[in-house]
Design a protein around this ligand. Structure first.
Ligand code: PMP
Length: 440
């Protein structure tokens, strides 16, 4: 039996009514989205206001790792909200339990955390911690990187969008290339296991750009918004060693790569990385607004009392969600499913790529994959004009997908980690059908 059902062109009549109203009142400033108005969702399945049913490959943009509206998460949030909605900066039992669960789930050296509300806020806190701990204001970050849209994190970001026409950004950023195996004009990716060419270049970059105040590095384990770019194996490990040799602090932005997304609970596990600071968001609340910064206690010790706070950070509902999500991960094999279904879907997409002249690359780990579209597989010229038709045609056939990428030419594949074989097969069949009929 099919999981999907789309009754007619999108948006349907009720959807159209809502969409027409939406941007009268709320500014129309987000990126292109499928013309579908979500009404409810469970697991991997989304229902819209016209009674259409879709398989979700967006996972609410990599948020809903445990599946939409997981009953244990819903129950925990409902119970907490009926008892205590907020208690700014004070102790509450939910917050204390959530902190204990989070720290115990983290690699042992990250022995403290602090709760905030959004991914951007967690990265901002990480940047401030690096500056305070080292007393140095410069940060090394990466071209194509994305860490959020508040001013500080947008300043270290390496995508044009978040900082376009905002005038001077926060000073002190040195931006390095992020090695991209699909587009590697400088040969950084196939230069042997020590990546000598890359790190010689990095030394030169710092020598010629730093005022001598470089304190730390912020990096994503894979570049998300940049286009789901996975660096070559061993590069992150080498980067961490390079930082250690120079006494730099390392912040790993795991806002979207954590909670099983890459087939491990934390992306840092793939290469046994030991960041000084980790920023978490998205999957930590699976839809409930919560984020956290985790670090060694000696890093947090650089702050005096009163130097970090956030009105809704650690609030009871968000904290109950954090705990419920660890309960769910203990009960359900989500991390294994991410690894297995990720491999399965990736294999399926690579088969489809053989039949589609525009699908230049399929890459990923666990249940986060990028499909990069090009005009020609030999020249690799980006084909962003294909993205809107793919998004629309997939939706018309019952599959929700979204796009990312420096060149706007990547479809993201990031279903909730509960996706079944049956749902995977059906969604792959939809994608194949759409791509076989795709024309430039
Ligand atoms: N860091 C990364 C790696 C992200 O992908 C995002 C969001 N896409 C953020 C930070 C910012 O998170 P938020 O939108 O919750 O502020």
């Amino acid at each position: 039996m099919s999981n999907v059902s789309v009754k007619g062109p999108l948006p349907g009549p009720r959807g159209k009514e809502f969409l027409d109203k939406w941007h009268i009142y709320e500014a129309d400033v987000v990126g292109y989205q499928t013309p579908v108005v979500w009404e409810s969702a469970q697991g991997c399945i989304v229902h819209d206001v016209d009674g259409n049913t879709f398989i979700d490959w967006t996972s609410g943009v990599l948020v809903t790792n445990v599946g939409h509206c997981h009953p244990l998460l819903v129950k925990a949030a409902q119970e907490a909200s009926a008892k205590l909605l907020n208690n700014y900066e004070c102790a509450n039992t939910y917050r204390i339990e959530a902190a204990e669960r989070l720290v115990k789930a983290m690699p042992a050296h990250l022995d403290q955390c602090f709760f905030l509300s959004t991914g951007s806020e967690a990265v901002e806190a990480s940047l401030r911690l690096m500056r305070r701990k080292t007393g140095k204001y410069e940060v090394l970050s990466f071209m194509g990187g994305f860490h959020g849209r508040t001013y500080g994190v947008a300043s270290v970001g390496g995508l044009a969008g978040p900082k376009k026409q905002y005038g001077p950004v926060v000073p002190g950023t040195i931006r390095a290339p992020y090695p991209n195996p699909y587009r590697d004009p400088l040969g950084f990716c196939d230069d042997g296991p020590d990546f000598k060419r890359y790190f010689d270049y990095l030394d030169l970059l710092v020598l010629t750009n730093s005022t001598g105040n470089l304190g730390g590095i912020i990096v994503e384990p894979y570049q998300g918004a940049g286009g789901f770019i996975f660096p070559p194996e061993g590069w992150l490990k080498r980067l961490f060693a390079w930082a250690k040799e120079r006494g730099l602090l390392m912040t790993l932005d795991e806002v979207q790569s954590s909670y099983g997304r890459t087939g491990k609970m934390w992306a840092m596990e793939h290469e046994n990385l030991q960041p000084d600071i980790v920023a978490l968001g998205k999957g930590i609340g699976c839809g409930v607004p919560v984020s956290a910064v985790c670090a060694r206690s000696e890093v947090f010790a650089c702050l005096s009392k009163g130097e970090m706070s956030s009105t809704l950070g650690g609030n009871p509902v968000a904290s109950a969600a954090v705990t419920a999500i660890f309960d769910i991960f203990e009960k359900e094999p989500l991390v294994q499913n991410s690894a297995q279904m990720g491999d399965y879907i990736k294999r399926g997409l690579r088969e489809i790529a053989k039949k589609c002249p525009y699908l230049g690359d399929v890459r990923g780990k666990g249940l986060v994959m990028g499909m990069e579209f090009v005009k020609d597989k030999a020249t690799k010229e980006p084909a962003p004009e294909l993205i809107k038709p793919i998004i629309n045609n997939c939706a018309e056939n019952g599959l929700l997908v979204g796009s990312v990428g420096l060149y706007g030419n990547v479809i993201r594949v990031a279903p909730p980690l509960v996706i079944t074989h049956e749902e995977a097969d059906e969604s792959l069949a939809i994608m194949e059908n759409v791509l076989i009929n795709l024309r430039l």
